[in-house]
Design a protein around this ligand. Structure first.
Ligand code: GLU
Ligand code: ZN
Length: 298
């Protein structure tokens, strides 16, 4: 099997040191395996993405010495694929509309013992307010956010949580060759109940987008034939939802390699808008691509 990986930035700001680590590592791993390094532009958020940032991405990555096959996949050109997948899930009764805003979700989630509502990969875990009141039949609603009913999904998904002997309680697994935030590596297992309790009913179709990060990423990785996903540890927690979506949509699950996050001098993760560590800034300051490599430990 040919090793295929990708770097999938969103053109919402300048790439910084953390991005250079992610892209260089993925490209190095592909080269070491005699495989391919692909680029994908994650531009589903049309309010935050800008053409000039996309141009800057190509520029920065080229300066770093990276190459990738053309044409580059851009999520904005894949709307019909996302629509089709949503229709499939809708027709199985796995989605429901929900217009609850952040404030309503926080209020409904309440404050458990420790005083902070439980958080999942998308923020506060949705308490399920609309799960049993929203209409799930008829044509798929347009322009309404749609959530995945994770418990029903876990019950109907073929193979992931079920065997003939265990129709729901089987443990799902994905292979991790890097590490999660707690050092999770090797086969990482999770149960349907853990999915429900630590992730909840995530939004699969956002208003104004007609998709979401979770839905697009699994469809695009499959369409690009990605065998190894190399990305930051901050996305480790979202991986079980990706594995569930792959099973629901009949897509293969790649191997995952979550890598360390590059931190600033105070130990804080680099923010998207950390312009001080923008690749273009180092470049303007006369730093070489080799020096950037050394700075991130490659
Ligand atoms: N577009 C995502 C980001 O900019 C990366 C998604 C992924 O690698 O799965 O963080
Ligand atoms: Zn709601």
């Amino acid at each position: 099997m040919t090793f295929i990986t990708r770097f999938a930035p969103s053109p919402t700001g300048p790439l910084h040191l953390g991005h250079s680590y992610s892209a260089l590592l993925a490209s190095d791993m592909a080269a070491a395996e005699g495989g391919h390094f692909l680029l994908r532009i994650e531009d589903i958020d049309r309010f935050r993405c800008r053409a000039n940032w996309e141009e800057q991405i190509y520029d920065d990555l080229t300066w770093l010495g990276l190459t990738w096959p053309e044409p580059v996949m851009r999520q904005s050109s894949r709307v019909s694929t996302y629509e089709k997948a949503l229709k499939t899930l809708w027709s199985q009764g796995l989605l429901y509309p929900c217009t609850c805003n952040r404030r309503e979700i926080a209020a409904a989630a309440g404050a458990p013992q420790e005083g902070v509502p439980l958080h999942g990969p998308d923020g506060i875990i949705y308490p399920g307010t609309c799960r049993h009141v929203s209409e799930r039949s008829g044509p798929i609603p347009q322009d309404l956010p749609l959530r995945l009913d994770i418990e029903v999904a876990a019950r109907v998904v073929p193979d992931l949580f079920r065997t003939a002997a265990q129709p729901y309680t089987k443990t799902a697994v994905f292979e991790e060759t890097g590490a999660g935030p707690e050092g999770e590596t090797g086969p990482v297992t999770f149960t349907a109940d853990e999915l429900r309790d630590t992730i909840g009913d995530v939004v699969l179709s956002r208003r104004d987008m007609g998709t979401s990060y979770h839905l697009s990423v699994v469809l695009d990785d499959a369409a690009q034939g990605v065998t190894h996903v190399v990305r930051g540890q901050d996305l480790f927690e979202a991986t079980p939802i990706h594995v569930l979506l792959q099973a629901l949509l009949g897509l293969p699950t790649p191997v995952y390699h979550h890598h360390k996050l590059i931190r600033d001098d105070a130990g804080k993760r680099l923010a998207k808008r950390d312009d001080a560590r923008a690749i273009s800034k180092y470049r303007a300051d006369g730093i070489s691509a080799e020096q950037v490599r050394a700075m991130v430990g490659l």
